[in-house]
Design a protein around this ligand. Sequence first.
Ligand SMILES: *Cc1c(COP(=O)(O)O)cnc(C)c1O
Length: 456
Amino acid sequence: MDDRSRALDAARRHADAFLASLPDRPVWPRATYEEMVAAFDEDLPAAGMDPAAVVDALAEIADPGINAMPGGRFFGFVIGGTLPAALAADWLCSAWDQNAGLAQVTPSAAAVEVVVEKWIVDLLGLRHGSAVGLVTGAMMANYTCLAAARNAVLGAAGWDLAAKGMTGAPPIRFVVGERTHGTIERSAKLLGFGTDEIIRVPSDDQGRMRVDGLERVLETGPGPLIVCLQAGEVHTGAFDSFPDLVGLAQEHGGWVHVDGAFGLWAAASEATRHLTAGVGLADSWTTDGHKTLNVPYDCGFAIVANRAALGSVFGVSADYLIDAAGDPIERTPEFSRRARGFAVWAALKSLGRQGVSDLVEGLAARAAQMAEGLAQIPGVTVVAEVPFTQVMLACRDDDTTRLLGQRLLDDGTAALTPGVWRGRAVQRCSVSNWATTPDDVEATLAAVRRLAAELA
Ligand SMILES: *Cc1c(COP(=O)(O)O)cnc(C)c1O
């Protein structure tokens, strides 16, 4: 066998072994960051090494510091796993090594993105004909959509932002809910909005934007307006009331953007679709591929109903690019990038419409199972309602809550991650992995029950 085949064989062997170890290995890494720096650190070797031996060395050194994130009992942050077809397609994507931006140069990569665009817009019940840019994640999707929004609302006010720039532009009211995700603020900063300029509408006790709060903000008068709503608050999974809020903002000439990093997928299942009622009338939407859809990192979707608005920011002209008009390169901030569409296509093709629905429904069902189980554990409280896939628990005081989370990581059965909800320490449990089974939930509940009893 040649070097390349031996290297690929080694990768395949290590990948299989790792994935097979997921049910049994401790979820949290056994090694610390400092230990891993020490393990990797050496002077750059003067001479090279055989590719297969490099892969063996990488797998061996990295292993203690690898988190069992793709396993069924990692519930931290909001982290999806990887569907088998998506993982394999992602390997192929690396082998093909296509630079996905230009349709004439990499026709398969570009074609697959047009097809997944159609599938996703349809599955999520969004506006027919919306453009989808395949970016690294919801952060970049928020940025991409909001850049389009900024150009569009200024354009409507007679200001050509692309030509004239920000200096002297009419002010934009940039409105968010009190519980907006940090990536909306980061996007705002990248787009030239100061954090002091951001208008924050109060949220209710589940983290949903208050309708009367938005009404009050809109009373402040006309002018360019962007309103950021949320499909899936990161702690509670709560959905803003789109039927009330979208129309209200649009009546005032606002561009409505919805961050639905994980929650927008509720629209793909009969059982949860009610949560997203009215969301399809917004102007742009963010969602992730690497969360609810379970494609490998990294993958997000910037979805914009008005293609021209997206093109006004990301349209390109460069003499050496062949004809880029309408190509993937005009839908994302990146010029060169990975052909993410292949893994998305593979995920959706392997699931089918029914499979996507079952996936979403399954995640919500496991979350409900988790919440019911936690509520029965003495000394443990489920902190908010559980409409979708996010569950939060708290113990009798903040220290005990933190300690319980730490003990669970040390124990290795499952991983929850800490947070603060309305001033109270919580442990967050996000059910986002296709591989999580009812047994995984039961095993997690058993560990929490045991550890909570020890702390009582
Ligand atoms: C995860 C998340 C983000 C950020 O997504 P990335 O994929 O990490 O860039 C933004 N908004 C919400 C609501 C999220 O859950």
